[in-house]
Design a protein around this ligand. Structure first.
Ligand SMILES: Nc1ncnc2c1ncn2[C@@H]1O[C@H](COP(=O)(O)OP(=O)(O)OP(=O)(O)O)[C@@H](O)[C@H]1O
Length: 317
């Protein structure tokens, strides 16, 4: 069913460098969330903090009644069993074939027999479309296949929460589209809570139920996909539409002179909100909402052309 992650007033610094402060959000059970933000805003640090690899300075992260910011090592060990993580490079052991890589967490953390392990490994390899590639070494396969193998390994302990650290990094647009479809199909099948860190705007616009944006040492916004895609808030609007006009500059914020120089520039209209990517079997995910639902409920008029089927094609879905 997936479990909720409740983050309140979370702050993380390294020495005097504040990475982000006062981050409050709830990742709802079973839903897909995407976390965005310019490079260096601390998205990876956020993921590592959620699984207790980094300790926050302040705030709480409550999962199934345990605050992992303050709990004992023993409780943290238990909570970590709820997580599966797809690391950016797949984090495969180069000398092990895919089968042994995927079997690794089962051999390390369970007392299952080799025949039980075989059943689980083959089931997960099947889920990610890698049947037949069990004997390959990570170095012998494409980046897309390595991601799939990493995903199979993230799934072997039947996680309630799956974290994806830039699943699309290094992938071409076609492989990214296949991986996005796989993520949506998996969510429909296993119902776990998914949190994806990405730079890919198309992924952010079409895959998640909710989007968060980290910017300038705080959480600029977090909420349903339609809320952010219809938002006129300058940072959200600039980032989600990949525009140069707006508060985000080349390295960090623009200074006052730069903002003054562009103050009379007219912003292009918000593009239509695309349809959300559906599971390939056409059966809606448990947390999927009908197109335009959030806008209707909140009295927001979406940009013209939103939720039209041909928009899905225009965004590569
Ligand atoms: N263990 C650490 N010790 C000190 N500083 C760190 C540590 N880990 C990360 N940082 C710093 O935290 C900041 C945020 O890094 P992070 O990798 O989380 O950013 P990001 O948003 O994921 O970036 P990108 O999109 O480029 O992957 C960076 O300035 C980085 O140097």
């Amino acid at each position: 069913m997936g479990v909720e992650i409740k983050v309140e007033h979370l702050t993380k610094s390294f020495g005097k460098q504040l990475i982000w402060g006062d981050v409050t959000l709830t990742v709802p059970a079973g839903e897909i969330c995407v976390m965005l933000g310019p490079s260096g805003t601390g998205k990876s640090v956020f993921l590592k903090t959620l699984i207790g690899l980094l300790k926050p300075d302040e705030g709480s992260i409550v999962i199934e009644g345990t605050d992992i910011a303050t709990c004992s090592e023993r409780d943290l060990y238990e909570i970590r069993k709820l997580f599966g993580v797809l690391f950016q490079d797949g984090a495969m052991f180069g000398s092990m074939n895919l089968y042994d890589n995927v079997a690794f967490p089962l051999r390390e953390h369970t007392k299952k027999s080799e025949s039980e392990i075989r059943d689980i490994v083959m089931e997960k390899m099947d889920l990610v479309g890698l049947i037949g590639a069990e004997d390959k070494l990570p170095g012998e396969i494409s980046g897309g296949m390595r991601k799939r193998a990493g995903l199979a390994r993230a799934l072997v302990l039947d996680p309630e929460i799956v974290l994806f650290d830039e699943p699309d990094s290094g992938l071409d647009p076609v492989r990214t589209a296949f991986l996005n479809q796989l993520i949506v199909d998996l969510n429909a099948q296993i119902d776990a809570t998914f949190l994806i860190v990405t730079h890919d705007i198309n992924t952010a616009r079409t895959v998640p139920d909710n989007i968060g944006l980290l910017y300038h040492r705080h959480l600029a916004m977090f909420g349903p996909r339609e809320m952010l895609l219809s938002s006129e808030e300058p940072v959200v609007r600039q980032f989600l539409n990949a525009q140069r006009v707006g508060p985000i500059g080349m390295s960090e914020e623009k200074d006052a002179d730069e903002l003054e120089a562009e103050k009379d520039q007219e912003l292009p209209p918000l593009p239509p909100i695309p349809l959300q990517l559906e599971p390939s079997n056409g059966i809606a995910r448990r947390s999927q909402r009908p197109p335009g639902d959030w806008c209707r409920q909140n009295g927001v008029t979406p940009p013209p052309g939103s939720f039209e089927p041909n928009m899905a094609m225009a965004t590569g879905v």
